[in-house]
Design a protein around this ligand. Structure first.
Ligand SMILES: [Zn+2]
Length: 126
């Protein structure tokens, strides 16, 4: 699993889009990185397992963030849980972050994007 996680991280760092659609594994990106894509596809069950685990991480965060969006007016910084900001930790959920470029972990970034997209596309109920 460690090896698969490393391969997935490598693919993403190269800018490849890797996602699951039901039981299909979708890898998109420049043809140049085809060998990287093939490595992931060769480990399809493990990669899908990893993607589903990530999905779970995003889902609970998005569920915590949705009620923080007011019906009107500015949207505050969405937080996955109440935590005290600490250097090197996600300021939304508190887990260690991989990069200091963004002060949130990628799960929180994805969850916030998901919630904001829902608002933009008005798919929330009344
Ligand atoms: Zn986080």
């Amino acid at each position: 699993m460690e090896r698969v996680a490393a391969a997935l991280a490598e693919a993403r760092a190269l800018g490849l889009e890797v996602r699951a659609e039901a039981d299909r594994l979708i890898v998109r990106g420049p043809r140049l990185y085809e060998p990287v894509a093939h490595r992931l596809l060769a480990d399809k069950p493990a990669v899908l397992c990893l993607l589903h685990a990530e999905e779970t991480e995003v889902v609970w965060r998005a569920a915590a963030m949705r009620p923080q969006c007011p019906r009107s007016g500015p949207i505050p910084l969405l937080q996955a849980r109440p935590i005290t900001a600490v250097d090197g930790a996600c300021l939304s959920c508190g887990i260690p972050i991989e990069t200091t470029r963004v002060p949130r972990c990628r799960f929180c970034v994805q969850a916030a994007q998901l919630v904001l997209r829902e608002i933009r596309e008005s798919i929330r109920g009344p």
